[in-house]
Design a protein around this ligand. Structure first.
Ligand code: GLN
Length: 253
């Protein structure tokens, strides 16, 4: 927090150990420490987070991008690096971290991001402007249950709210009290959005189009069943750096 306030590297704090703080710097530092002491996430205090080498602005309107989600982006970039024009749909775009990372790194792609939260769409729009992804990214506020689309997609990606109602109660204060709960939990068994999205895959995916989901701990086999029931095959599960099954992907038959 101090290096952020002084706009310097952490190392510089040690190199300039004797530098007195100005009163406005002390005031801001005190306020930030007070907020962090009440478990407000650091990323909401500083208003930013690094994701896939890009700095994203974050507010309590959006979920804080997690390092695990970078594996989702990396998996897609790997699978599509030699494809030409790819039409992508990101459901629950949030801060825009997935959509913008793909727009920036996937040559020839067109990305459409949808989110039920207008506030989230506004933040995603700001992030898209800031890193010049605008020409490849469109954003719409809408509910995936009712939204109609004029086109089909080569790939659909989503990191939906997958924490169950019961598990939500056990989460740390930083998440439970500060992150938008509609981005974290479905208030049910954690699988609702996999069901909702999967029923739309047949109409939204082009033939041989692919779905990429981020999933929670121990959800892989249930999500695989939901996908199979909805005409998705060639299912692959990928683990995160902690060895937890985190990504599931499959193809429309
Ligand atoms: N797609 C965004 C992310 O991965 C938001 C996800 C969400 O709000 N559940 O961070």
């Amino acid at each position: 927090m101090l290096s952020e306030i002084l706009n310097c590297k952490r190392l510089d704090l040690y190199l300039k150990f004797d530098q007195p703080l100005k009163s406005n710097e002390v005031d801001k530092y005190r306020e930030w420490i007070f907020r962090r002491g009440k478990f407000e996430p650091l990323q909401y205090i500083t208003g930013k987070v690094e994701f896939y080498g890009i700095t994203f602005r974050v507010t309590p309107d959006v979920l804080i991008p997690r390092p695990e989600t970078e594996i989702l982006v990396e998996t897609i970039l790997n699978d599509y690096k030699n494809n030409g024009a790819v039409k992508v749909l990101d459901i629950g775009v949030g801060s825009g971290c997935i959509a913008i990372s793909l727009a920036k790194n996937l040559a020839g792609c067109e990305v459409l991001g949808i989110d039920i939260s207008e506030d989230a769409i506004r933040i995603a729009g700001e992030n898209s402007n800031a890193c010049e992804a605008v020409d490849k990214l469109k954003l719409i506020a809408g509910d995936i249950r009712h939204q109609s689309f004029q086109e089909q997609f080569d790939l659909i990606v989503s990191n939906p709210p997958y924490v169950s109602k019961n598990e939500f109660e056990t989460l740390q204060k930083e998440i439970k009290e500060y992150e938008p709960s509609i981005a974290v939990t479905d208030q049910n068994d954690g699988l609702d959005f996999y069901r909702i999205i999967s029923t739309r895959l047949d109409s939204l995916l082009k033939p041989a189009g692919k779905i990429y989901f981020e999933i929670g701990k121990d959800q892989a086999s249930e999500v695989a069943d939901i996908l199979r029931e909805n005409g998705i095959s060639k299912i692959i599960v990928i683990k995160d750096l902690q060895g937890i099954e985190r990504i599931i992907t499959g193809e429309k038959e």
